[in-house]
Structure formats: structure tokens, C-alpha cells
Ligand binder design. Sequence first.
Ligand SMILES: [Zn+2]
Length: 926
Amino acid sequence: MNKFDLGRFEEEAQEQWTHAFESNPSDLEKFYLTVAYPYPSGAMHVGHGRTYIVPDVIARFWRMRGRQVLYPMAFHVTGAPVIGISKRIAKKDPKTIHLYRDLYKVPQNVLDEFTDPLTIVHHFASEYQRVMTACGISIDWRRRFTTVDPTYSKFIEWQWKHLYEAGHVIKGAHPVRYCTVDDNPVGDHDLLEGDKAEVIKFTLVMFRCGDAFIPTATLRPETIHGVTNLWANPGIIYVRALVDGIPWIISREAAEKLALQDHTVETENEIAGRDLIDTMVSHPLCGKVPVLPADFVDPDVGSGLVMSVPAHAPFDYIALRDLQHVGRYPDIKPIPLIKVEGYGEIPAQDIVEKNGITSQMDSRMDALTQEIYSAEFSKGKLFDRYGGKPVRVARDEVAALMIEKYDSKIMYEFDTRPVVCRCGNKVKIKILHDQWFLKYSDPAWKKQVSDHLGDMALVPPEVRQEFDRTVDWLKDWACTRRVGLGTRFPWDTTQLIEPLSDSTIYMAYYTIAHRIKEIEPGLLTPEVFDYIFLGKESPDLPAKKKLEAMRKEFLFWYPYNFRFSAKDLISNHLTFQLFHHVTIFPKDKLPLGMVVFGMGLLNGAKMSSSKGNVFLLEDAVNEFGADTVRMFLMGSAEPWQDFDWRNDLVISTKKQIERFYNTVLEIKDSNGEPHDIDRWLISRLQSHIERTTAALINFQTRQALQEAYFGIETDLKWYRRRLPEDSDGSRELHTLCSTWVRLLAPFIPFTGEHLWKQLAGEGLVSFAPWPVSEKNLVNIRIELAEELLSRTVEDIESIKKLIQITPKSITISLAPEWKHEIFLIIAKADDRNAVIKEVMKNDAMRRRGKDVTDAVKQCTTLIHRLPPQIVGPLTHERVNEKEVFEAAKGFLEKEFGVPVHITEAESSEHAKAATALPFKPAIVIE
Ligand SMILES: [Zn+2]
């Protein structure tokens, strides 16, 4: 009946946990933690598992420490992704069907309903709840909601009213990432690839070519003076198009892009790339130059044609050199125009030759290009004949001049590629007019956020810099979309509030989510929310009693203590929510802390649902048990480190839980009389309690498990070795089991509940009091004695291995008194290098001569090797080594099966005895 069976423990616990974690305001101190809620468009994998299990361990820990804990959950269903999914399922797209039917295991009859986007999110929201529950995540499910609930929309409207009144919602024209298939701006969450890509502003330099212009996009307009030619790709088709009524020659891709960037574009005819080669073009600032062939020109970058500045651009230099090597265009020479310290007359030539680059395809080319770009920008100066100004000044001046006088235009491009929408389409840049923005660029708003960040607890501390950087560079954020699910934008109801903008203060909504359901959405005016969240009275508020109860909940729970999320959300969600909080809530309701997670790997590779590299959480729970999954995820890395899921390691975690389980059952009913070794075990237990507690306060789940599991297990092993032959252990073991089970309960709550019952513990272990270390049970003297003994046993074992003879006897020689004196002086010394002087002040020591200097050296080395938690106590607690070994003589003889002699080193004749040190006796095996 008491066989280890995680499945049975799960069933037992689940029955007792129904409603157990529903949490209400009380007299206790509160602990409110929230996690970024999921977008339920697919099944949960083990990476998601960690996101919700880390906070659960923390929630369980604080609950046991007597706090009123709230851990709520809701579902974020705003936006367009799920609409795309439903469309693809309706079109029977094989990739999507495969993902949902085979990977996410959606039954066919349910899948058939997925042509309705809301069915998808509702299906997976229920799945999420089911799987989270199966993992033992202690959520108050009464507060569950979705972001398309009418009641929630009322809350969002209230939030936006305040943002608007504070002047943070503005209208304007702006380049945004855009998907032409979805006909919608693209948020970070809508991207398959390229979420780091930034929108960069290029200048189009307009070269005259007959009656048409050939534009080339550049970030370095000042280098126009050094243009020797243009590059066109002879292998592609260009178009002649009327752009705002004027003929341009550009790639087909460029024509499409320009049409999205405030230009009218009408294609007239196609032109083969090869027909452009050797055409002469001109620009007032560089005169006539030819168009040369280059296969590296990408039609999907800029205009599809490039201006060539071989003196300053390594790519151009090499391309020209390659042509000249085969005898073409021998007369074209690089034209330098910038002087830059550290480089010769022609910097591009310099750097290419210095690095021995022979081919355009060399992987170092991008880095070298960047190097010259940075050097010239930071310390380069134009030649006097071109104005003599620093590059950083000239660049903007030339760009402005070109736009004013030489027909130049702006073109937006991504700095890195590809950028791909979740629908599979390449993302483009579109200038949106009448677009609504959140004005994150506002310095006053930024300052409010920075000031508050300074007061927040950020875990791990290294993320603070990243938050500061994000606040600094955040630009205005397009906050509405045309397509998707969500709340209508109050000032233009054809638009919807986009997903990252309607999920910034919902942590406040959780506090009332279960109660507000009782009120008709139509009654939820802004005044109602003003009362609940801001305490502002208004005449004729509806359902006042209910509102009062909600106000009470909000005041009790808010602000939240900690928000948990993966680190990729720092650059958007985690920072956005601070902007919104500082606008809406008073200072004492602003967030207190954030914990930022690392990423999940699966067998060493990044987890990704779209790439099929995931292990479903439910499969993991079914295969290994929920406790195993939890303990593995908590033990393999600290939350902010990346973790790697490997099935073989997970299996060994399961064995560890089984070992723990069996050990507890074996020893819990021991009833022998306590010995010294029991006092040792209980004394050690106090520091395990202390360190586990400290680790969990700091969210170090791995460190906590090391202490609570392995620390205690190792002690028990030693304890059982040291027990007198006729003893199975004392009644103290019951105390140990009770503590051990509680220390591990946040990690493995199912096994914890089962064992708690076996121990006749009161109520549920989930609510049992967290162990508290007791100072009066700590016995340093006994701990040091056992430490000395166990270290000596280890030494004997390693010597035995080394000498490889069958021993007949073991002699342990103890260090003389004067070495103890030296040891003590060193251990107490602030400056260990000055110790020798201190020792030599003593006449008796001085007379020992070289023995003393040797002993100082050896003791110093020993003290360096010993952990500080041993050296510290040794400075005020003298271990009587002779007594320790005499008392353990029987134990040592039993362990090694030979007679053991204890001697004083100074009365021993064996040469090795002279090496005896305090806490490290000499050992002679014969
Ligand atoms: Zn798309």
C-alpha cells in the first residue's frame, strides 16, 4: 500500500486541494505574485511549465511561512495570431493541421471547430488550466478571466481614459512593422523571426539615368563624393515605375516597399538587370559614373541598386578588385574622401589587405565593414575639399542637402533580416497615418518610470541595466490594430487595442476578477473603476456593497509583490506595465518587484513550438510524474539561468524522489534513545533550514533544493553509518522527517501531502508551518567533532586507494599543542601574510626554528582549503581531537576492519607523524 506511486499521490492530493488555494483578504500579511499570463493558442510545453512552477514554489513557500498568498491566472487572447490560425485550419493548411492534430494532440472533432478563433483560445485556456492543475500549481481559479470578456473590456476602457487624459495617447504618422497578408501592424508576439530587427532610416541618393532616377539607399550619404560606380545585379529583373509621378528604376521588391511608405507607385515596364550594366548615371555631387555588375546586390534590400564607394566600403573595394582581376574596368580607382586616424589613405583597401581577405564571401566582411563604419563615424573627418567637417556632422548635413536640393527621399528598412510574420509572410515597413500611439518617447513619462524602477526589487540584479536601457530607448508604440480580438479603441472604434497594450495593469484586475463577474458589464462606468482602484466617490454608484468589497480586495492585495516573466519580455511587456502603472496608480500601489527567467532548452536546442522542438508538459507529467517534473525544473538551474530538459536526467530526479520517500518511511518510526550523533544530525538540520529559507526568499530554487534535499540526505547517510551497531536510529528521526517533508513540500507537493499523512501531520502540508531553525539545537562542538572525523575517514579512504596494500593497522597521530596555537593565530588573523611575525614574537616558538615556519605554511594552506563555516567556529571552539578519536575508535575499526591506534604525533616514531596538523591528523597505514 505504501509503494512509491506518484500517480496515486497526485490523485490523493488533488482531491484535497479543490478550492484549497482560493485566497481572500485576512488578518495575515499578504504575498501577491503574478506571472505573465499565457496566450493559449497551443499546448503547454515543459518550458511553460517552469514559468508557472517557479512562482508556485515561491507561493507555497510563503503560504507555509504564514502569509496570505494570492497566485491568480488568466488568459490573454487579444490580437491576430489566433485569427490566422483559424484561417489556416479552415484552408486545411497541412503544416498547421499537423501541429495541432499531431503535436498538440487536439481530437479531430475539436479541431473541426477551430475555424472559429474563439473556440481555439477557449479550448486551450481550459487545457492550460487542466495541465497547470495537474502540475500542482496552487492557483486561485475563481479569478480566471480572458481579455475578451466584456467586463475586462470595460476595465481597459477605464485604463485608457486615464492614459488619454494624461496625454500619453497620441495620433500621428509613423513607420511600423506591417504584414500585408494580415493587413495589420505586427507586434513582437506576431513574429516568427526577427524580433530584434529595428527600423532604420535610409537616405535614397538619386542618380540621374536618362529621364529616370536610379535611387540607392545609404546610411552614409556623405560618401557621395567617393562614388565610383553603382552596382546592379545582372541576374534579376528591375522595374521602371512612376513613383509619385516620376520614373524610377528599382527592384520589384523596392517598388512594393515604397508603395507602403507614403509613395504612389505605378509600374510601367520591366528592365533586365543585365541591360543596366555599363549604363552611365550621374549625380551633381559626384559626376558621371557607370553601373557595374555585382551578384551580391540583393533586390530585397533598399532599392535593389547600390552606390559603390570602394575607398571606404570593404565590399565595394573587393567587388571592384575582383572585376579588375579579370581585366575589366581597369581605369576605375577608389576615391578617398575621409581621413581617419589608424588607417591609410584608402581605409577599405587597408583593412582588406591587413586581414588577408581574398573573397567577397569571407565571413569577416560584415565585421570589417562595421569597424570602418564606426571608426569613420567616431573620429573621421572629410577632406578639406569636401568641407572638412567631422563625419558625424557631415552625414546629417549632406542628407538634408540632398533632400532639399537633389530629389533625395527617405526609405525605411530593417537593420537585420529576415523578419517574418507568424503567417509566414515577410514583414515590411509601412508608414501609418492616423495611427494611434502610446507616447513612450515622452521624457517626463520615462523619468517617472526610471524613478520607480530605482525603488523596485529586481531579480537577478543584472537585469536592472536592461530595464534602464529599455526605458531609455523606447519609442512611441503603435497601440491599435485593425484586425484581431480585443477591446475597441475608444476614440476610433474601427480599431482595436493591440495585445501588449491591453495587458499592462491586469494584475490589479485579478484582485476583483471573481467579484466583478456579479455585476452587469453595462453598469461598469469609469466612475465604478475610479471608486474601486482610486477610492474616488461619485454619486449613484451601482451595487455599492459589492464595490466596497472589491475596493477592500484591491487595497488588501495591491501592489503586487512580485511579477515573474521570461527575460525576452523586458524590452516590451515588463517595461510597458511600469509606464501604465505610474500613470494610473498612486505611489503606494506601484509594483514592488520582478523576477526575470532564463530560457528553456530541449536537449541543448532552443524550445520552439513552431519548429516542433518541444516536449509537452502533460506528456512529461504522465511519463515522469508531476513532482518529478517540478523537482527537475527547479533543480537543474536557478530561475534566471537557462535550463536544459533532458529525459535521462529527469529519470534520475524521479529516483531521487523515490529514495527520499523510502527513507522517510523507513526511519520515521525509529524510537531509540538519542546519542551524540542525533544531536549532530539535529544541529546540522538547523542550518539546512536556515539556508533553504534564505535561498527561497531570494528565489534560488536550485540552491534551496541542494540544501533541502542533498544536504539532508548526505547527513543522514553519515548518521546511519555512525549509529551504534544495535541501534536503528532514535526518535529524533521523526522530527527530522517532519522537517524534511515540509522543506521539500513546495517542490514536490504531491509526495509531500502523502508523507505528511504518514507522519500524522496536521491538515495539509501545503498549509503546514514552514520549519524554523532553533539556535538552542545548534551544537557547534559536536558538528566540528563529526566534521573532523568524517574528513579523517575520507583521508584514510583515499590513502588506502593510493597505496593499494591490505592494511594491518591504522595509526592516527594528532598534532601537538604548539601547532594548535599557530593554527589559531592564522585563523583569527586579518592579514595572513603577517602571521609569521606574530608567531615569532613568542620565545618558545622561535626556538623551534624551521619547524615553526613550515607549520605556518602548512596551516595557512589548510585554512585556505577548509570552508569558512568550519574555520570560523574553530577560532572560538577548541575540538579535543584525542577525545573525538578515542570515542570513535570502535566506529573506525568497524569501518576499516583493522585495529586503529590513536597517538600524539610528538611521541610517535613514524616520520609521517610530523606532518600532523590541527583538524588534519597524520595517518599511517601499515
Ligand atoms: Zn502576417
